[in-house]
Design a protein around this ligand. Sequence first.
Ligand code: B16
Ligand code: MG
Length: 215
Amino acid sequence: MKYKAILFDLDGVICNTDQFHYWAWQQIADEIGVHFDENINNRLRGVSRKESLDIILESHSPKLNEAEKEYYLNKKNDLYRGLLKQMSPADLSAEVKETMDRLKSQGILLAIGSSSKNARPILKQLGLENYFHAVSDGTNISRSKPDPEVFLKASEYLAIAPEFCLVVEDAKSGIEAALAAKMDCAAYGNGTSYNLAHYNLEKITDLLPIVLSRN
Ligand code: B16
Ligand code: MG
């Protein structure tokens, strides 16, 4: 068996919360008066909230002090949490759910590997709070992607060695984290533009032949 576990990124793979992050960061950038666009937003994928703000502020002067940064971090999270409230199980695409159900029915273990500290509430909104065999997220790590910690923790929780894990990621930082964890990686969405992963998924169901034909 090549893969015994699939580690799914959350924002941008299981759900489209990446759009909410983008919108909330845009409000913050506008308030600060710093330029923000899609290219900068793509650099924030998989990166922690704090590091995201530092990336947005790269071209800004004068530098913000810690209290000011704290204010904007809290405000961004409040805006983002406000958007999450509108999510429901209807926001989980049938394609994603069917793909995960098929893998599960074949005895493959499924985990979340997300940098987000909001992963648990998001899973609840989607009706997935008890769906995964393990959840590794921003609350159990000290270094976010591209550090491999979040995926190594997931493999530890599942008791499956990294060589048997396949990561599904939309972020450059997430693909790098998977490779640093010595795991295979399937890129999805924005992640396919970097040509760094072992596989590029055009649609999430493309995962099925990759995983099931090698088992
Ligand atoms: P939060 P993922 C990541 O989640 C997002 O891609 C990234 O944009 C965000 O800054 C990070 O979570 C932290 O999220 O502010 O909710 O703690 O893609 O690793 O699932
Ligand atoms: Mg992501």
